[in-house]
Design a protein around this ligand. Structure first.
Ligand code: SAM
Length: 201
């Protein structure tokens, strides 16, 4: 989910790393702030959280900070921005986020990070909760990203021949319906849990 190249300021350099494997030595202790955001979909539960945290901490400068934000999908609600908003299919997205297959995955991270960050030896640990819709213009993008993630998983299941997987035509149709609902002002709302901690100098 990189921004388009034309939106990237010249002083910013983007690089791709696998955060689950050790970072190159030359990056160790180089960042004042490491920000991690919405990695829950990439996590195997629960053993991934602490190893990933410890790996991210290797690139934080002593005295620098880590900030990690994760959604609590159990809190997901479907909301309508306008009286004309259509929201027939969006509730299914909210239900899927806490369905039997997702339940174990979404039970971790958002509620555990403050303790994990303290256990990793960080100080000045502060935890906060914000609403995903607090920035008006972010509502559409947040829900659109959720939908892309949602259908990305469905398409992978179809490609892999998973029993019960939907046809590509059905996935395309459902995605179009949901994107139209988002355009009309429908969106998913969740609590977002944010934890920040300082690596001791
Ligand atoms: C739900 S998206 C969140 C994207 C972005 N952080 C945001 O909040 O808009 C999850 C992201 O985790 C990334 N991801 C998955 N596994 C990863 C890994 N092992 N190392 C680094 N990034 C990973 C995916 O590429 C994807 O962009």
């Amino acid at each position: 989910m990189f921004p388009p190249a034309e939106d990237v300021k010249p002083q910013i350099r983007l690089r791709v790393y696998d955060a689950k494997t050790p970072f190159p030595k030359e990056l160790h202790g180089t960042y004042d702030l490491v920000h991690a955001h919405h990695l829950v979909a990439a996590m195997v539960v629960p053993p991934d959280w602490t190893p990933l945290l410890l790996n991210l901490l290797t690139i934080v400068k002593p005295g620098g900070y880590i900030q990690w934000e994760e959604p609590n999908f159990y809190s997901t609600l479907v909301r309508c921005s306008l009286p004309t908003t259509r929201s027939k299919h969006m509730p299914e997205v909210a239900r899927t986020l806490v369905s039997a297959e997702m339940k174990e995955r979404v039970a971790h991270g958002w509620n555990e990070l403050p303790a994990l960050i303290k256990e990793a030896g960080l100080d000045m640990v502060v935890a906060d909760v914000v609403s995903s819709d607090r920035v008006l213009k972010g509502r559409r993008g947040y829900s659109g990203n959720l939908i892309k993630l949602f259908f990305g998983g469905s398409r992978l299941a179809t490609e892999q021949g998973t029993p019960g997987a939907k046809s590509f035509a059905k996935i395309d149709r459902s995605e179009k319906q949901l994107m139209e609902e988002i355009e009309s002002g429908s969106y998913c709302w969740t609590d977002i849990h944010s934890t920040i901690g300082r690596k001791p100098s």
